[in-house]
Design a binder for this molecule. Structure first.
Ligand code: THU
Length: 139
C-alpha cells in the first residue's frame, strides 16, 4: 500500500464526514499490519462533546474488529471538504494512536495537489505516556 493510495482512501472517507456544526470534514485511512484498511470520518453531534474525530473512528472500527497491529494512517481534512493544507491529528487522537502504535508508526498528512508529509508516532507525541511504557503491569 503506497502513501498515495492510503491518502486517496482517506479522501474517500472524508466525503462521508458528518460535520454540520464546524463544517470541517476529515477523513482517515488506517493501514493494519495484515494489509487491511479501516476508514474513518469525523462524526459531530448537536451536544458537541460526543463528536468523534476521523482518526479515532478508524481506530475504534479496527480494534472492535479484533485488529490491534497497525503500520500507518493517512489523514486529510478541510473546511467543506476542501483540502487547503495539512490537517494534523488532535492531541486526543495522538494519545489513542499511541495506545496501539509504536514509535515507528507512520502518519501521512495529505495536503493540496497530492502533496503529503510524513511523520512518525514519536515525532507527533514525544515523551508519551503509554501502555508499553508506564502501564506494563496491565499488559
Ligand atoms: N477533527 C478530526 O476529525 N480529527 C482531528 O484530529 C482534529 C479535529 C474534527 C473534529 C470536528 O468534527 C472538526 O474536525 C473540527 O474540530
Amino acid at each position: 500500500m503506497t502513501p498515495e493510495k492510503l491518502i486517496r482512501l482517506a479522501e474517500e472517507a472524508m466525503t462521508r464526514a458528518y460535520a454540520p456544526y464546524s463544517r470541517y470534514c476529515v477523513g482517515a485511512a488506517l493501514l493494519a499490519a495484515d494489509g487491511r484498511v479501516f476508514l474513518g470520518c469525523n462524526i459531530e453531534n448537536a451536544a458537541f462533546s460526543p463528536t468523534i474525530c476521523a482518526e479515532r473512528t478508524a481506530f475504534v472500527k479496527a480494534v472492535s474488529e479484533g485488529v490491534r497491529d497497525f503500520s500507518a494512517i493517512a489523514i486529510v481534512g478541510g473546511k467543506g471538504g476542501r483540502i487547503t493544507g495539512l490537517f494534523p491529528p488532535c492531541g486526543v487522537c495522538r494519545q489513542v494512536m499511541r495506545e496501539f502504535c509504536g514509535d515507528g508508526f507512520l502518519i501521512y498528512l495529505g495536503g493540496p495537489d497530492g502533496k503529503y508529509e510524513t511523520r512518525t508516532m514519536s515525532d507527533i507525541l514525544p515523551d508519551s505516556f503509554s501502555a508499553a511504557g508506564q502501564m506494563q503491569e496491565y499488559c
